[in-house]
Design a protein around this ligand. Sequence first.
Ligand code: UDP
Ligand code: MG
Length: 327
Amino acid sequence: MNRERPKLGIVVPCYNEEPVIEETVRQLSDVLTSLMREELIAQDSFLLFVNDGSADRTWDLIERLHDRYPWVSGLKLAANVGHQNALLAGLMQAKDRCDCTISIDADLQDDVRVIRDFVLKYREGYEIVYGVRRKRDTDTWFKRNSALGFYKLMKSMGLKVVYNHADYRLLSRTALEHLSRFREVNLFLRGLVPLIGLKSTEVYYDRLERFAGESKYPLKKMINFALEGITSLSVEPIRFVTGSGFLCFGISLIVGIYALVSKLMGNTVSGWTSLMLSVWFIGGMVLISLGLIGEYVGKIYKEVKSRPLYLIERDLPAQNALEAGTG
Ligand code: UDP
Ligand code: MG
């Protein structure tokens, strides 16, 4: 493994990113070539664009950019598999072709100037470098606070999380090899990477506006993503269900004693209100609990089937790698 002048692979998952991709390639190419000039990274470092089954012309553009720039490579997935799986596809493809990878979104929301800091940290000997958003004023109030709530919830369940870190990070080849041994179908990279261990650090940046196009994470998807993240990493919610079951049982005992005593004292007017309330309350608890357990059963079902997370349709290696004979 080369620490002095690593071969770097920048992995970019793309889903319907036609409006941004050319600008993304331009900016990332600027960064990449200037790092090459500074001799901080190897000459055959590359960009890897993973086309996650886009319905627009994203792949056509990637092919065209691959012809134009020797450091642009592409990976075409056979179908849309979602951000996390597409990213994993790219990382696993890059794993055997470089010393370290940096994953970044296609929309230029993560400041590309930080790539230099990532590389410097790698050269200092770190295996994992997390990109952490310093301020998030470009995100809505709601997105900021729901994200904060989510991190707190994860922490309270004993999961390891890096606050305000999304999927902008550097992984060394060793880290990638370790990551490849996690055989999960329900993938939540942000929760998995901290489990790898190894020497890690953080670099800070300001999150920018989406350059063009629109977010593929509307509220409903965000909630699903959060739920996925928690249930794929922790069984704490099931314990919570058990706990609340005991609590309800305790309360019902007290209420039962109260009802009995008041009946013995001749007070037989039945409390319709309290009856209704408790029926609804318990009913709600039961449904939530069932839903939660169902969530886990569904997860187990998926893990047991262990379907492939992605299927590769085409692979376009970067030309500079072919020239150097390392592709
Ligand atoms: N993405 C993907 N597959 C999907 C959805 C999104 O590869 O099914 C990519 C998308 O092209 C982008 C990244 O994942 O590069 C993050 O998506 P987005 O910017 O829409 O999410 P946000 O930044 O709003 O959370
Ligand atoms: Mg984005």
